[in-house]
Design a protein around this ligand. Structure first.
Ligand code: KG4
Ligand code: ZN
Length: 352
């Protein structure tokens, strides 16, 4: 059995996890900073890196459990993309552990790891190795990452080989959720609260625009939709008002209409991509993949759709340790001069 320790600190979650053989999650610990950033309605980089510094050691100790680092075969860390101050905390900790314990170091791409999270098996269902289900993903597949920082489509020949075939021209879909939540005077992060309110609203009450770009395009654009919600809530210039002018039913309808527009676009782009690349399955990952409306819309999709367990949709370190197992098996290791890098190699073209 190979056990990898994963470390994640790219944005505002400090996380560490132990994963066996790339799939069975042993421990998965996440310290969220949501409360620290909520009053600013978004992540403040300086606050995030300071909080990582405070949280990382206790999170690591909890993730390693009573056996400590004895049984760990390698140290994996998300070293791109993210906020530079946040990345540096995790990368420095991982290098230090690898050097002190004389264990291999494996740097992985956070966006790539979001797609890998569909392979993770939670602890409750992985108490024995025979409990790990078969890996049902058929390739070629289309990968869709929907998070606060990324909205991108990948043509995948395997979990290691993926090509970027579409991405957002402006806001990421999670970012649009967060901004619409701010417009409606709801909390941060916006995704979960809008998802909840949308379930009780009428998605047909307000038809917000769906931006599909050209007929074949696999790119996304969400800023027009966000602006449309802004005008709907605040009125056009000269008729400024706030979300307090809407009653709770109207807020639910805005949430439902906005969510319906997001889901429509995501599903239509997925259909296009599946057709263009003759894909046999779809893999979805990232914070927005926990959205109940999206999951419902994909339930009867034309090819099998693989979604992570809800706990592995948002940022976590189990996906980092899991993805690193592929590198471990292939003997691909990082050196101790591994850099923290703010952009995604995975988002730029081919990977690994
Ligand atoms: O993957 P993630 O934890 O961090 C990034 O890598 O960005 O994604 C966070 C994003 C936030 O924008 C949050 O509002 C969104 O995921 N999110 C959701 C839901 N839960 C989280 N969006 C829609 N519906 C949800 N249920
Ligand atoms: Zn993420």
């Amino acid at each position: 059995m190979t056990t990898i320790l994963g470390i994640e600190s790219t944005c505002d979650e400090t996380a560490a996890a132990l994963v066996a053989d790339g799939r069975r999650v042993i421990n998965n610990v996440v310290a969220t900073q949501v409360e620290l950033h909520a009053r600013y309605r978004g992540v403040v980089p300086e606050i995030a890196s300071r909080a990582h510094l405070e949280n990382l050691l206790p999170v690591l100790i909890e993730a390693c459990g009573p056996t400590g680092l004895e049984a760990v075969d390698a140290i994996a860390v998300a070293h791109r993309p993210g906020l530079i101050g946040s990345l540096l905390i995790g990368v420095t900790a991982a290098k230090t552990l690898a050097w002190a314990l004389n264990k291999p170091l494996i740097g992985v791409d956070h966006v790539h790891a979001h797609l890998y999270s569909v392979r993770l098996v939670p602890p409750a269902s992985s108490s024995s190795s025979s409990a790990v289900p078969d890996d049902p993903v058929r390739f070629p597949a289309i990968g869709l990452v929907v998070s606060g920082g990324h909205t991108a489509l990948y043509a995948m020949d395997s979990f290691e080989q993926a090509r970027l075939v579409g991405s957002t021209l402006d806001d990421a879909v999670g970012e649009a959720y967060d901004k619409v939540s701010a417009i409606l005077g709801l909390g941060y992060p916006g995704g979960p609260v809008i998802d909840r309110l949308a379930a009780d609203g009428d998605p047909a009450a307000i038809r917000f625009p769906r931006t599909l770009l050209s007929r074949q395009s696999l790119d996304f654009s969400f800023s027009g939709l966000k602006t449309s919600v802004l005008y709907r809530v605040r009125g056009h210039q000269g008729r400024q008002r706030g979300p307090e002018s809407l009653d709770s039913g109207q807020i639910r309808d805005v949430a439902a209409g906005f969510q319906a527009a997001c889901i429509d676009v995501l599903v239509k782009k997925l259909r296009r991509a599946v057709r263009q690349f003759a894909a046999r399955s779809v893999i979805v990952g990232g914070g927005v993949s926990s959205n109940r409306g999206l999951r419902l819309a994909l339930a009867d999709f034309e090819v099998p759709v693989h979604l992570p367990s809800p706990v592995y949709c948002t940022d976590n370190a189990a996906m980092i340790a899991g993805l690193a197992h592929l590198s471990f098996v292939a003997g691909r290791f990082s050196q101790l001069n591994l850099d923290a890098i703010t952009n995604s190699q995975f988002a730029e073209h081919t990977i690994v």
